[in-house]
Ligand binder design. Structure first.
Ligand SMILES: Nc1ncnc2c1ncn2[C@@H]1O[C@H](COP(=O)(O)OP(=O)(O)OP(=O)(O)O)[C@@H](O)[C@H]1O
Ligand SMILES: [Mg+2]
Length: 257
């Protein structure tokens, strides 16, 4: 396990000292720092991801998980002040959120943002209005039979689990290369969590790279290949998901599970 004091080892391992796109990583994050106004929140996060990997981004409430995802998706707030981000060799740190979306980054936020007054199908069609488009409706319905059954239902009247499925389906309706899921299991019954897990596994099989932020760390770790734990805006652990599952001290210290 890498403690804060071992961060130099992490850098020696090649995770953050270089600049420019990494030769062998699909997604490279190099020492990013981001602020909400004067508040310094994301304090030097670095990691590399291979294509098709699932990364669990974990940490206590207020650790900076959502802020990290928002920074990576190039949302204005928090503002990225320094650091570099590359997707498939192309720089992201100099892009806006809409450009990041065009490059294939899709953030499914915690509140899911289903558009009121529109049916399930209209929510999906709306996602396909802007280029580049992703999956066709038929393909989405094959993967999400619950949504197919409810295609004419107003999206905001769906159950929490169904709304989460719609939010993920909407990301797939756009071209997605890198999917960010912010607490996808929040408030969902275990049986629905299993359905979402199944979908994330299918997405992985299609080669889509995913970062999952979850309070339900055990569920996220079982799905993930690798894990990062953040605390106060910094990485305090980076390694295999299985190692976190096996390390009770680490979980007690940073995850309260
Ligand atoms: N819009 C904002 N303006 C100022 N500070 C913010 C803003 N949003 C979040 N913060 C602060 O940034 C820190 C990190 O918040 P963030 O939402 O990234 O944490 P998190 O790890 O996602 O937590 P949680 O598990 O509760 O969702 C917190 O101290 C929070 O108060
Ligand atoms: Mg959060």
């Amino acid at each position: 396990m890498l403690k804060k004091t071992d961060m130099s080892d992490l850098q020696l391992a090649g995770e953050s000292t270089e600049t420019g796109p990494s030769k062998d990583a699909f997604f490279s994050v190099r020492d990013i720092h981001a602020y909400y106004g004067e508040s310094y929140i994301v304090q030097g996060i670095s990691f590399d991801l291979q294509e098709g990997e699932i990364l669990a981004l974990l940490g206590r409430n207020g650790a900076g998980k959502t802020s990290t995802l928002r920074t990576l998706a190039r949302v204005d707030d928090p503002a990225l002040k320094s650091g570099e981000i590359y997707l498939a060799g192309e720089s992201l740190h100099d892009k806006k959120a809409y450009q990041a979306a065009q490059m294939g980054i899709q953030l499914v936020p915690e509140d899911r943002r289903i558009i009121g007054g529109l049916t399930v199908e209209e929510n999906l069609i709306l996602a396909q209005v802007s280029e580049p488009r992703g999956w066709e409706l038929e393909r989405i319905y094959e993967h999400f039979p619950r949504l197919a059954e409810r295609r004419t239902q107003i999206g905001t009247t769906l159950s929490g689990g169904e709304q989460q499925m719609l939010a993920v389906a909407r990301a797939l309706a756009r071209e997605v290369k890198l999917l960010f899921l912010d607490e996808p299991y929040e408030g969902l019954a275990p049986v629905i969590v299993q359905e979402i897990e199944k979908i994330v596994r299918q997405i992985k099989e299609l080669g889509i790279t995913t970062i999952i932020v979850e309070q339900n760390a055990v569920a996220a770790l079982k799905l993930a290949d690798r894990a990062i734990i953040v605390d106060m805006g910094e990485i305090v652990y980076s390694g295999s998901a299985q190692d976190v599952l096996d390390d009770e001290d680490l979980r007690n210290e940073y995850l309260a599970i």
